[in-house]
Design a protein around this ligand. Structure first.
Ligand SMILES: CC(C)(COP(=O)(O)OP(=O)(O)OC[C@H]1O[C@@H](n2cnc3c(N)ncnc32)[C@H](O)[C@@H]1OP(=O)(O)O)[C@@H](O)C(=O)NCCC(=O)NCCS
Length: 252
């Protein structure tokens, strides 16, 4: 049960004093952790877009953060060489999720980083992180551009996602995958790879889901595994054993 539905939060730029608390949030929420000097460098170079969320009634309690850096490289949408904002890290503590904090951190920081004259936003996200993928696609117009194999230390692949600055804030409804990888292409990628992932469609809304399997399980799912998976698109609950029995049209 979420007791924090009426949380009053606010956001502000990070300060050097906030970094230890930001590191705590990062270490609790994500396996990708960084040394102190890494945060200090981001803060030194991009002080306005390193933003934190805190509880209004307890400003010292940091509950979320976002960091970006700026780089040059090939466009995800054409052949040009462009300047891009690259999402370094975004996280919100478990107890404070689903209240619009990440959305607010993204909105504010994506607006502020435009002062670097960037033309695209880019990020990597675990292929199994359907919650974050949904946030980037539905609310911020990102597209799945390609899959980067073994991007994470534990072997999981990443979606490389990108959005054009000109598409942000345009309020136009973007259809999922338009201009990015289609579900068919994503399925084909994993079928060719043939290990490490379970692909299935949500039985309720049909959206494509990707579950990263530990390598000892690669190629099969323990039929007694009753861990629940919740569809980020429609909240349908299903168990891994249901999926492994083929009830949900899985692709191994
Ligand atoms: C991803 C994460 C940052 C989202 O933070 P959050 O503050 O809960 O997100 P928001 O409340 O702003 O959600 C915005 C939208 O994202 C999507 N979303 C967020 N959480 C969701 C969930 N549990 N199920 C389905 N959709 C979800 C929804 O579209 C939501 O909009 P809605 O509430 O109007 O439907 C948070 O879950 C988190 O910290 N996860 C662990 C770290 C992580 O994965 N970081 C991203 C790495 S790339």
């Amino acid at each position: 049960m979420n007791l924090m539905k009426t949380l009053d939060f606010s956001i502000r730029s990070c300060s050097y004093n906030d970094i230890p608390a930001v590191m705590d949030v990062n270490e609790i929420t994500l396996p990708e952790n960084y040394p102190l000097f890494f945060y200090e460098q981001i803060l030194e170079k991009y002080p306005k877009t390193f933003i934190i969320a805190f509880k209004k009634d307890d400003p010292k309690q940091i509950i979320g953060y976002i960091m970006w850096r700026v780089e040059r490289g090939h466009s995800s949408f054409g052949l040009q060489h462009v300047k891009k904002a690259h999402l370094v890290s975004l996280a919100v503590l478990q107890d404070y999720r689903r209240q619009g904090i990440a959305n607010e951190l993204l909105l504010e920081s994506m607006e502020l980083i435009r002062e670097f004259k960037i033309s695209e936003y880019v990020l990597e996200v675990r292929v199994s992180n359907s919650v974050a993928v949904k946030l980037y696609i539905d609310l911020h117009n990102f597209k799945k551009i390609r899959i980067i194999g073994h991007y994470y230390r534990d072997g999981e692949d990443a979606f490389y996602m990108a959005a054009k600055t000109s598409d942000i804030g345009s309020k136009q409804i973007s259809s999922q995958n338009s201009g990015g990888m289609t579900d068919k292409e994503i399925k084909q990628y994993f079928l060719d790879k043939n290990q490490g992932y379970l692909l299935y469609n949500c039985p309720n809304c049909g959206s494509l889901k990707i579950k990263a399997l530990t390598y000892s399980l690669a190629g099969s799912v323990d039929p007694n595994n009753n861990d629940f998976v919740i569809c980020a698109d429609c909240n349908q609950e299903m168990t891994l054993s249901d999926i492994s029995k083929g009830k949900f049209n899985s692709y191994k």
